[in-house]
Design a protein. Structure first.
Length: 235
């Protein structure tokens, strides 16, 4: 049925609306070229897109201009997950269109990564110049850590880093080494005072806090300097 016949069968009002739309938006009333594009020639080793225009190259091929060219996979390489390129195997790195073997220096080990150098220095060594691993100078009372940044070592428990060495932590009486191992804290019922610990002076109507190194007033009392005073209740 022709478009003219369909329009003539509409009511006068509907027919007028269609004519106005046709004048304002002529592109809507022109045959769409989609069908022509969908039937455009699909090159060899390609597949037409099922729900969109155009085509896509099959796995193992990459698009170049208006065609699909086979992906050349070099030795020690394999087809990528997308199927349009290649990647190199472990212990190989891509250089343009080939895969070259990694050169792993002494005191290094290969990394499971397709980026970067592909190797990392062993613990106690650090990369130098991108081609070698040199030993880290570890001071007394320290140990090597697996880190590519910083000093590459850490002081043993009971010592703290000072400059390029480790100095013993001096723990005063009534104190103990804290969890970090590089500092100390006072025992319960003592508080820190400079480089030592002094007993807590707990006033009346007060009790030790959960930290064990301070006190707080009981209910209905408030702290006023070194004592607890009763709160004034409104009548």
């Amino acid at each position: 049925m022709s478009r003219t016949l369909c329009v003539n069968r509409l009511s006068p009002t509907a027919r007028a609306m269609v004519l106005v739309c046709a004048a304002a938006f002529p592109a809507l009333f022109v045959a769409s070229p989609a069908s022509a594009q969908q039937t455009a020639a699909v090159p060899a080793n390609a597949t037409a897109r099922p729900y969109a225009r155009g085509w896509v190259c099959d796995s193992g091929y990459r698009q170049i201009n208006d065609g699909c060219v086979a992906v050349t996979v070099p030795p020690n390489g394999y087809l990528s997950a997308y199927g349009n390129d290649f990647e190199c195997k472990r212990l190989f790195r891509r250089q343009e269109d080939v895969c070259v073997a990694l050169v792993i220096p002494e005191h290094a080990f290969a990394e499971d990564s397709s980026y970067g150098r592909g190797w990392r220095c062993e613990q106690g060594y650090r990369e130098s110049g991108g081609k070698a691993c040199v030993a880290i100078e570890i001071p007394a009372h320290a140990f090597a850590i697996d880190s590519s940044r910083g000093s590459g070592w850490r002081c043993a428990r009971g010592f703290r880093e000072v400059g390029a060495g480790c100095t013993a932590v001096v723990v005063p009486a009534n104190a103990y080494l804290d969890a970090s191992g590089t500092n100390w804290r006072c025992e319960r019922e003592f508080r820190r005072d400079g480089a030592g610990c002094i007993p807590l002076q707990i006033p009346g109507n007060a009790h030790i806090t959960s930290s064990g190194n301070d006190w707080t007033c009981d209910d209905f009392y408030r702290r006023n300097g070194d004592r607890c005073v009763a709160e004034t209740r409104a009548r």
